[in-house]
Design a protein around this ligand. Structure first.
Ligand code: NAD
Length: 331
């Protein structure tokens, strides 16, 4: 089975080559992203493996089908970048890695909360320069604060457990009930109650037509003044311009992002010697109460190993004509 990988970095190649010692597939790694001009490179491969920012729309899928592709293996959990309807029509199966390490993302969420609160990023630089003044570094006790989680799936629930350990009151909203959330002591709440009561709001739902810009001018206006907003899920859950307005009016006092709606043009690349053209992103960077990481929440060795193993198992199931355990289907 020949598998072509798009958007790979050295670490992808390392982890996949190691995991492939068990499977023995023919792996072909490309650095270029998948899009309309690169889809033709899939010629001669039955399987295409892609990541979060690869473009897998109807045009790209048609080209992949023309090149003989039968399986699209996502090496990530989210599948908002794939036109599932077009894939089904072209008889291209789609598989993903639904859970590789919810701990990686949940723990990064906590890192953003703690860093924004206690300003360790600023303290680190100050101490390096011999500046031991504490002005501007004051935080608050996380203990006793109310945290609202939007999305109580695997990552939301791990985040809830950690926050409970800090002594937080945890509220949660999801479109599905969760017995596990009850067990942990998460207060299942309406979105409105979360907006009006939470000191910290963290997003853990997928990007869907229903959740697109779930954080917008209107929802921000309903939040507590001085709220901390965290997004480690998908960039387009947040209307970035509305959040910038919220930061300027001080309705939002802290913003932690691991994802950004226009991240495909920025993240995963070293652009340090280029001029960044995205003015909205540059405005975000200008606030000292905004902390941005470049989609690294998943990036632990445990997660990468699991992603590689599960992706190759997904491909093996396809090769062996077994039921695809991690198939993404149209509902
Ligand atoms: P999951 O499928 O286990 O949980 C998602 C939860 O969101 C489910 O309980 C679902 O019912 C809920 N949901 C769906 N629509 C909703 C809505 N309209 N409002 C509220 N809740 C809704 O997924 P997960 O493993 O917990 O991952 C969550 C998201 O995290 C993924 O969709 C992905 O976008 C993101 N993610 C980011 C990274 C990263 O590196 N930053 C890594 C992995 C996943």
């Amino acid at each position: 089975m020949k598998v072509i990988f798009f958007s790979t970095k050295l670490y992808d190649r390392d982890f996949f080559s190691r995991a492939n010692q068990q499977q023995g597939f023919n792996l072909h790694f490309l650095e270029v992203p998948l899009n309309r001009s690169t889809a033709v490179l899939a010629k001669g491969h039955e399987v295409v493996c892609v990541f979060v920012n690869d473009v897998v729309d109807a045009d790209v899928l048609e080209e992949l089908a023309r090149q003989g592709v039968k399986l699209l293996a996502l090496r990530c959990a989210g599948y908002n970048n794939v036109d599932l309807k077009a894939a089904a029509a072209l008889n291209i199966k789609v598989v993903r890695v639904p859970a590789y390490s919810p701990y990686s993302v949940a723990e990064h969420t906590i890192a953003l909360i703690l860093t924004l609160n206690r300003k360790t990023h600023r303290a680190y630089n100050r101490v390096k320069e011999g500046n031991f003044a504490l002005n501007g570094l004051m935080g608050f006790d996380l203990h006793g604060k109310t945290v609202g989680l939007i999305g109580l799936g695997k990552i939301g629930l791990v985040t809830a457990r950690i926050l409970k350990g800090f002594g937080c009151r945890v509220m949660g909203y999801d479109i599905q009930p969760s017995a596990e959330a009850d067990e942990i002591g998460v207060e299942f709440s309406k979105l409105d109650s979360i907006y009006s009561q939470a000191d910290i709001i963290s997003l853990h739902c997928p990007l869907t037509p229903q959740t697109y810009h779930i954080i917008n001018e209107e929802s921000i206006a309903r939040m507590k003044k001085g709220v901390m907003l965290i997004n480690t899920s998908r960039g387009a859950l947040i209307d970035t311009r509305a959040v910038i307005a919220g930061l300027k009016s001080e309705q939002i006092s802290y913003l932690g992002l691991d994802v950004y709606e226009e991240e495909a043009d920025l993240f995963f690349e070293d652009l340090s010697s280029r001029v960044i053209q995205d003015d909205v992103f540059m405005r975000l960077l200008s606030f000292n109460n905004v902390l941005i990481t470049g989609h690294q929440a998943f990036f632990t060795s445990n997660a990468l190993q699991s992603i590689a193993e599960v992706t190759l198992q997904n491909i093996a199931q396809f090769q062996n004509q077994q039921a695809l355990q991690n198939e993404v289907c149209l509902f």
